[in-house]
Design a protein around this ligand. Structure first.
Ligand code: IMP
Ligand code: MG
Length: 434
């Protein structure tokens, strides 16, 4: 049975949560493989509305094993907060499995994230400030603390001492910030270790055992591919690998890239971005407000799940998105929020950029160059009628069908799923993924 990866194809918030929620029905194991609690999924189901940051979206199905892989940065306090929230709403969290190799967000990571962002001034990344970037910096610098370390109390105290001595020098010396208290940090993380212990396991085994038993496995990406450390709009990116390239999904749960059967990319029917960085199709007019505030009265407008910031809005950027289709090796696209376009008289898609008088069709690596790119648009007629009740492709308005066909062509990838509203059943399944 297949291992399927679901990735965000744009700058995050494409609606991965609801697609994972849908595909999770058929999966036995659902695993998060990257990022940390900088990510945020909104999931609406018969149990209510949930905001998940670390726990995989499979948690709502009683028989699924939900895995947090080694590629994830875990803030234990945020994780326990989320677990408690789920428990209060009657969701069983005992099926959660956490990799002993996952990185731990420590108090200095959160402080450094904020101090570093301040120091960058006008060049600020727009980080969510959850400490994820500095945590991955420590991982690469080989002084990170991992979940396995939290389970060895004596060793842990020594590790914290060594790393904190160094990080407090950075905090006070480089940034002029307040140092982190060693005793308080130790007692908190020793306690976290005790509480985490029942959840900790060898994640690779869980994933591969399920695969070999013939069960479906879903690997759930966080954020979006255009925030990828390698392929995103560097340096306005996140510090991990949200994409599915072998260094992302497979690495993040400890399996080989050849174990992965299919990669599904989730794309919004338009674009959004939170945080800073180039965004060629960004809109600043009434259209942006209209798209952003669609469903706002139900708390479903384009505002960040993690930070509440208004999201920047633009038309679909086929240049950026085709790049994302390619480096993810996508087999299928899930196109979300089609209903948000229902009222638009016409819809634009960016098919190329104009750069210094030349037409280009690839995404420049340098963000300053990308900032100089102007979108070249193709304009399609809108359908101006509701689609939220539609469940079959042939029942979509002709203009909506034409829009989707055009997206398929530009992205060089079939659109297999189309969402037309936030509820679980508001989906058009052209081709089931599992
Ligand atoms: P960081 O990963 O929190 O440092 O943020 C780096 C960039 O990624 C910023 O532009 C954030 O707004 C953005 N970002 C991080 N996580 C998400 C997410 O889940 N959705 C959308 N943007 C995100
Ligand atoms: Mg989100």
């Amino acid at each position: 049975m297949p291992i399927v990866v679901v990735v965000g194809g744009q700058w995050g918030d494409e609606g991965k949560g609801r697609i994972v929620d849908l595909l999770a029905r058929k999966a036995r194991v659902v695993a998060r493989y990257s990022a940390g609690n900088n990510a945020g999924h909104t999931i609406i189901n018969d149990r209510g509305e949930f905001k998940l940051h670390l726990v995989p979206a499979g948690i709502f199905y009683p028989e699924k094993t939900c895995v947090i892989g080694n590629g994830v940065a875990i803030d234990p306090e945020a994780l326990f907060g989320e677990i408690e929230d789920l428990q209060v709403k009657g969701i069983d969290t005992s099926r959660l499995v956490i990799s002993d190799r996952a990185s731990v967000i420590m108090p200095w990571h959160v402080r450094l994230d904020q101090l570093d962002e301040e120091l960058r001034g006008k060049e600020a990344i727009g980080t969510t400030g959850k400490g994820v970037g500095p945590c991955f910096i420590d991982k690469v610098a080989r002084r990170g603390i991992r979940i396995a370390d939290l389970l060895e109390p004596e060793e842990l105290v020594h590790r914290i001492k060594a790393v904190l001595d160094y990080q407090n020098r950075v905090i006070t010396g480089v940034y002029g910030g307040e140092p982190i208290d060693f005793d308080e940090c130790c007692s908190r993380y020793l306690e976290y270790g005790r509480r985490l212990k029942p959840f900790v396991a060898d994640v690779q085994q869980v994933v591969l055992d399920a695969h070999r038993r013939g069960d479906h496995v879903l690997l759930e990406g966080a954020q979006g591919s255009l925030l990828d450390l390698d392929h995103g709009t560097y340096p306005f990116v996140t510090s991990s690998v949200p994409s599915s390239s072998s260094s992302g999904a497979a690495l993040g749960v400890g399996i080989g890239p050849t174990e992965i059967d299919r990669v599904v990319g989730v794309f919004k029917s338009y674009s959004t971005r939170v945080g800073n960085g180039p965004f060629p199709t960004e809109l600043f007019d009434d259209t942006a407000t209209q798209l952003r505030d669609h469903g706002k009265e139900f708390g479903r407008g384009e505002y960040g799940t993690t930070t509440g910031r208004p999201r920047r809005i633009g038309w679909l950027d086929a240049v950026a998105v085709r790049y994302s289709v390619r480096f993810n090796g996508l087999a299928a696209v899930a196109l979300t929020r089609l209903d948000v376009l229902d009222t638009m008289p016409s819809i634009k898609i960016c098919t190329a950029y104009e750069l210094d008088g030349q037409i280009i069709k690839t995404l420049p690596a340098n963000e300053k160059v990308l900032s100089r790119c102007h979108p070249v648009y193709e304009e399609l007629p809108g359908w101006q009628q509701p689609t939220e009740h539609v469940r079959a492709f042939d029942d979509l308005p002709a203009q909506a069908q034409a829009f989707i066909k055009r997206v398929e062509k530009l992205l060089e990838c079939p659109v297999d799923l189309i969402s037309v509203g936030p509820e679980r059943e508001q989906i058009v399944i052209v081709n089931p993924i599992f």
